[in-house]
Design a protein around this ligand. Sequence first.
Ligand SMILES: C[S@@+](CC[C@H](N)C(=O)[O-])C[C@H]1O[C@@H](n2cnc3c(N)ncnc32)[C@H](O)[C@@H]1O
Length: 153
Amino acid sequence: MNKLKQAQVFTPPWATNQMIDMLDQKLLSDHETFFFEPTCGDGAMLVVIVDRIFNELLKKYGDKTQALADTLFKFYAIELDAELVPKARKRIYDWAVSKIERELSELEMYLIARSLQQSIENRDFFEAMNHPIDAPSGAKAISRKLRNKTRRL
Ligand SMILES: C[S@@+](CC[C@H](N)C(=O)[O-])C[C@H]1O[C@@H](n2cnc3c(N)ncnc32)[C@H](O)[C@@H]1O
């Protein structure tokens, strides 16, 4: 495992940004679209993804708190390595706090941390895809969309 960890390479922000640039930008603020990171590592890609979603939602709402609240419910991430999961959660937590330029209340801090416990999970991607029913709302929405797509085929 140590060797494996030393060999891990996380995606640099410029590469993630290029990938997101290829999307229809409306998807970032579309309330029916969820983003799924199946192997999130320490959150290197995820933090860029949430920042891009946040920026689009901010343009839409003109309100940072509302944009942040919606951003936190627009993604679901999975990581197999239990040691990386708290790092990914902390990364997104710090990012979220940096967006609100005031002291957060204890309740706000709790709600952000609690939502990240549910949206960044220590799971095996393959196991998660086999059990979409017990997955949190983001994954359920993904499986709903996939089901609708396969029905249309
Ligand atoms: C190269 S890192 C990439 C992390 C991140 N997606 C990025 O691009 O920066 C690959 C990650 O996938 C995780 N991984 C490997 N197999 C997995 C699985 N079956 N389910 C969830 N995560 C997995 C590894 O633990 C590792 O953290």
